[in-house]
Design a protein around this ligand. Structure first.
Ligand SMILES: Nc1ncnc2c1ncn2[C@@H]1O[C@H](COP(=O)(O)OP(=O)(O)OP(=O)(O)O)[C@@H](O)[C@H]1O
Ligand SMILES: Cc1ncsc1CCO
Ligand SMILES: [Mg+2]
Length: 269
């Protein structure tokens, strides 16, 4: 299975998919650089006049509500409708779910478009499933294992692959789930690591038409492994960010296969 995941990394490097993001102001630069480092091609676009055409040439669409407003939410709906019409994968990153009634209302509307993949931290996934968990801003106050039921519920309600990120990453599909325990705590001291994970999932999903669960697992494995390799070289968050990008670019098969910590349960793959 490690070989299969590594093949997904190679597929992104070879195919260099265009990933269209409607994402937040905070992470645009980080996520564009991470996409370039893995070999994908990023574009950020949200004008009503062009989202339709941009989705048409993209391999995947990322919808991240981090700094949402009324204009952007309409852009998101236009872009998602086009992705669904064309059968292209799209990912919902429910940044700050549960923090404000406006965020919750928008998320409920976006969920109706049936995301291909949903990725959030435990608090966000729990809020999304119940709109009742206490989210403190954009950082998680819950652990991944607490979000298992919420992830299963979202998968069943919307048919989405659901990824809960954190010290343990949990990825749920209809057939079963698995966990990844790569990564490093220092990653939580750099903004937008979760948003970067979502962007990478988009790039990996763009290289397949059906295997979105495997694509999500491969992207999250790469994220965690690159984060832990980078953390070993970094005294603090500034250098972590730098080494993280370099590692995404440089990582080879041996490093990836030796480090991946994956556990399947309830059927897994
Ligand atoms: N405590 C931790 N220990 C090890 N790795 C971690 C830890 N927390 C996060 N990570 C790593 O960081 C990645 C990003 O996950 P995280 O859950 O922090 O995203 P997030 O809360 O959505 O972040 P943001 O909102 O800042 O984008 C995880 O997939 C994992 O690899
Ligand atoms: C800090 C922050 N605020 C809105 S979006 C964002 C980036 C991390 O999710
Ligand atoms: Mg987040």
């Amino acid at each position: 299975m490690e070989q299969q995941l590594w093949n997904s990394v190679l597929a992104v490097r070879e195919k260099s998919p265009l990933v269209h993001s409607i994402t937040n102001y905070v992470v645009m630069n980080n996520t564009a650089n991470a996409l370039l480092a893995v070999g994908a091609s990023p574009v950020m676009a949200h004008a009503y006049s062009e989202v339709h055409d941009m989705v048409a040439i993209a391999g995947a669409l990322i919808i991240n509500i981090g700094t949402l407003d009324e204009y952007w939410v309409e852009s998101m709906k236009l872009a998602i409708s086009q992705a669904n019409t064309l059968g292209k994968p799209w990912l919902l990153d429910p940044v700050g779910a549960g923090a404000t009634p406006y965020r919750n209302k928008v998320l409920q509307e976006l969920l109706e478009y049936q995301p291909t993949v949903i990725r959030g931290n435990a608090s966000e996934i729990m809020a999304l499933a119940s709109m009742s968990a206490g989210t403190k801003g954009v950082d998680s106050t819950n652990h991944t294992d607490e979000a298992l039921d919420a992830a299963i519920q979202l998968n069943q309600a919307h048919g989405s692959v659901v990824c809960v990120s954190g010290a343990t990453d949990l990825i749920v599909q209809e057939k079963g789930c698995l966990t990844l325990t790569n990564g490093d705590k220092l990653m939580t001291r750099v903004t937008g690591m979760g948003c970067t994970a979502s962007a990478l999932i988009g790039a990996f999903c763009a290289t397949t038409t059906t295997h979105y669960f495997e694509a999500t697992v491969a992207a999250m494995a790469l994220m965690g492994i690159a984060g832990e390799i980078a953390a070993e070289k970094s005294p603090g968050p500034g250098s972590l960010q730098l080494h993280f990008l370099d590692t995404l670019y440089q990582i080879n098969k041996d490093e990836f296969v030796q480090r991946v910590k994956l556990e399947e349960y309830n059927g897994g793959f």
